[in-house]
Design a protein around this ligand. Sequence first.
Ligand code: BES
Ligand code: MN
Ligand code: ZN
Length: 510
Amino acid sequence: MEFDVRKGNVTEIETDALIVNLYQDVKEPGGATAAIDAALEGQISGLIEDGEITGRLEEVTIVHTAGRLPAKRVVVAGLGKKEDADLEGVRRATGAATGRLLKHRIKRFHTILHGGGDLESTGVAVKDLAQAIAEGAGLAGYVFDRFKTVEPEREPGQPTERKKRALEALTVVEADGLKVRSIRAGLERGAKLVEAVNYTRDIGNSPPNEMTPARLAEEARELAERHGLEVEVLDREALESAGMGGILGVGQGSSNEPRLIVLRYAGGRPNARPFAVVGKAVTFDTGGISIKPSPNMEEMKFDKMGGCATLGIMKAVALLGLKKNVIGVIPSAENMPSGTAYRPGDILTSYSGKTIEIINTDAEGRLILADALAWACEQEPAAVIDLATLTGSCVVALGHHASGAFGEESIVARLEEIGERTGDRAWALPLYTEFGDDMKSQIADIKNSGGRWGGASTAAAFLKFFVADGVPWAHLDIAGTAWVTKPKAYRPVGATGAGVRLVAEYLSSR
Ligand code: BES
Ligand code: MN
Ligand code: ZN
């Protein structure tokens, strides 16, 4: 995908499609949209009058210019109510327009700078608007078609060609030469984050027969090679020597053996405390002996998204060239029922030495994270953030609209604020000490299930038990946000890459 800016006048741009915009309930278009409307002899205002264009957010109207403009088509993207306008609106409007154009196989097009002028006057930076445009288009322009061997919608007279629907190029057209530099900077930053998120999606969408713990480790090695990161992989034997009883317990039922993957990015002073990002990568979660029901079980290939997001965050950190040290820690296992599987009643000894009574083998994510978090805390980190598709309870609480955030209040507050701005939302949920009481075991140090109620919080309390005292830590439960089965403006069906932009922007801001 290419993102570019060009100084010019919208009425003079030669392109397959030019995206302009309209706020909701505006009868008379303004700015660039007005100039286009005039060249089209009032066709856009006519459509507004007829009620065919309303300007509501994510509305997309394609108008053919029939030779009245050098642009073949004008796309009017609804921006929603002016008083609600924000960067996320720009992202969603651009994403919706991009999605529609790609449906028509239009893969290279132009846009104006949405929000330039009006949002700008409320204090939003031009650079941020450009970044939001790159994100909206680049994330909406993603396709996972690696396993499509035939192209069903062949165009008449055209040879069969795969990878038709991914975005190729978006150019922002700007008349004000003074804005060009900021727009370019924003597009560049957006493009890097898009690359990291779409990379996360590619690995996440990969099927579980391919993306095993060993293969995920290979992906990490390739990432490290490409971006100059340090990589270390612990296989089953190494996990045994290290005493990682949580990862080993969960992984012992599968012939795809578990791994602990560690990536190190050194952008800061050599002695500066690193930030640690820890991500759950259960490559497939059947529930194990406490087996899950069959309906929708195929979605449990996405139980690796915390780990995939961690890879994406490491990629983003490297692409952005952050001046800090960051460690990515990814415990990975496949949770299967078999003759060698761990069982309810088993007691595992975690890396920290603390013992865990297994109540439910489907509460496996916390077991692999227990080892990884304890290991991460030994690295004397400045802070630890973990990401995990940890609980169904979190989906019940927040739906698909925000990740649950737990732990250190100052980190959680910052994540909430960045989530609001980036659209990669996080919402604070409580971690009262009482939730920890629910996890007490009669015979071991802790048990792995506290029952049904408050499941997202009891899971977080379990994790906290393995975080060393004094280490600032936050946990993101991405169970409801890591994938979608209904497409959203810039989130096509499948893995979303939730948490990548959120944590990358967090690290960037620290
Ligand atoms: N991976 C699941 C959580 C999950 C469920 C994520 C549905 C996304 C959608 C996790 O391993 C799990 O099974 N959690 C159990 C815990 C329970 C047994 C204590 C849950 O949430 O039901
Ligand atoms: Mn599970
Ligand atoms: Zn799981």
